[in-house]
Design a protein around this ligand. Structure first.
Ligand code: UD1
Length: 421
């Protein structure tokens, strides 16, 4: 098993090019199941979750040509599609549930494993299933699988999500695009990745409109067009490297981004004391010696992203006073705190609140990554710790960060992948 060796502490300086968004690519790849026309998707990140989604689609019969060099994929579903998503592929990646909507919409049946993913909470799929039922889906859960059918095909309806869910919004937008008649989805997630999916579906010929801040109206269509689509940038990756600059007192240019989309994160880092300048497609961030403490909570977009909570926590350990983070999206997303405490942090967890003492000088340690974003938070802490840290179980990291060692090495970090003895 591979692990990472990080030797801190160095200020990061240089330019980091941000990859395509993992969380955009996943629903867009799932949505290709709707179509029997040629599709080209560009700017895909080379990360494990995308590999898994492509394997999943291939296992179902999608004809896929992946060009890692060009970061693009050509998909043509002209062959028969198996409406079955196996446990083996869905267990490592929760986004596997996103094939349920398109399969039911196009083929009226699906057998999809209940998903896995990060161990950051229960992560049920009840909202997806309840909403799909309103479009006419009948389902039962047996042997760890969702067995679903839509005997009469999907039929448009009015649906109000009981809670904002990115995945459920995506699943339903895809499904309703092929349903009979009109669907109105209320209380939708408005994450930029949802908009990216909507843009992709529209380009493919779907009739989807934003008709309110959290309302999407969809008129089902019967035919789709060939499409070429470029995936948006990964805002979580961008936010992670911005935090790295602020944390190490570095000076990074983050390129291939749209600053407007990550305004919340930019504003937070400015508040903390970082010097940030934005241009159309880039951000320059210069870390300062003094980091201000903060009280913050995670919430759906445009609020502060739960996917950057662990990284921000590392930064707040360096603040000049006590900070507080309330995690409002996932119930068990503080597993990084105990590992950070092993490095000298003073973080106390009270339910979904973390109290973070400032002025910490991180000490190197051997560490264990517990989920995707937690892994990167350990790298960030290790980058500031004088000496050698080892991070185990980096397969979590590989699910979502493209070339992280290379990107960090290019800006001066000492980090390398080593094999476990
Ligand atoms: C997506 C992102 C993930 C991010 C999360 C929240 C992808 C591939 N993943 O995950 O990186 O952290 O949004 O921004 O895009 N919930 C239910 N029942 C459901 C569905 C969700 O109770 O049927 C709960 C979840 O447990 C969680 C909350 O709703 O507490 C939000 O989850 P959701 O927005 O659905 O997250 P994902 O789409 O899984």
């Amino acid at each position: 098993m591979k692990k990472l060796e990080v030797i801190g502490a160095k200020k990061l300086k240089g330019t980091i090019n941000i990859s395509g968004s993992k969380n955009s690519s996943l629903p867009i790849l799932a949505a290709t199941l709707l179509s029997n026309k040629k599709i080209e998707i560009q700017n895909l990140p080379t990360v494990k979750d995308i590999e898994t989604m492509i394997l999943l689609l291939s296992s179902m019969g999608s004809k896929i040509n992946l060009s890692k060099k060009k970061k693009s994929v050509n998909i043509h579903n002209f062959k028969k599609i198996k409406t079955y998503a196996s446990y083996n592929l869905v267990k490592t990646m929760r986004a596997g549930i996103l094939v349920l909507g398109p399969l039911l919409a196009r083929f009226k049946k699906a057998k999809v494993s209940l998903p896995g993913g990060c161990a950051i909470g229960a992560r049920p799929v009840d909202i997806h299933l309840k909403a799909l039922s309103k479009l006419g889906v009948k389902y039962k859960i047996a042997d760890g699988y969702i067995h679903a059918t839509a005997p009469k095909g999907l039929i448009g309806n009015k649906i109000k999500f009981s809670k904002i869910s990115v995945g459920a919004t995506e699943n339903l937008v895809i499904a309703a695009s092929f349903a009979k008649g009109k669907t109105i989805l209320k209380n939708c997630a408005i994450e930029p990745e949802v908009s990216d999916l909507v843009n992709f579906l529209r380009k493919m010929g779907c009739n989807i409109k934003w008709t309110g801040r959290r309302t999407i109206t969809i008129f089902g269509v019967k035919k789709l067009k060939e499409v070429k689509y470029n995936i948006m940038f990964d805002r979580i990756e961008a936010g992670t490297y911005m935090i790295a600059a602020a944390l190490t007192g570095g000076d990074l240019k983050i390129v291939n981004v749209k600053p407007k989309i990550i305004k919340t994160e930019i504003d937070i880092l400015k508040k903390i004391g970082a010097d940030i300048r934005t241009k159309k497609n880039k951000i320059r961030i210069i870390g300062k010696n003094k980091i201000k403490n903060l009280k913050i909570f995670t919430s759906p977009y445009p609020g502060f992203s739960t996917d950057l909570q662990a990284q921000l926590m590392v930064l707040l350990c360096k603040a000049s006073g006590k900070s507080q983070i309330t995690e409002k999206i996932f119930e068990n997303r503080f597993m990084h705190a105990s590992e950070l405490n092993r490095m000298g942090a003073k973080i106390k967890i009270f339910g979904n609140k973390a109290i973070i003492e400032g002025n910490v000088i991180f000490k190197p340690a051997e560490l264990m990554a517990t989920d995707l974003r937690a892994s990167v938070s350990l790298i960030l802490a290790a980058l500031t710790a004088k000496g050698k840290s080892i991070i185990n179980r980096i397969y979590h990291l590989d699910r979502g960060y493209e070339n992280i060692e290379r990107k960090l090495r290019n800006v001066g970090a000492k980090i390398r992948r080593i094999s476990q003895k």
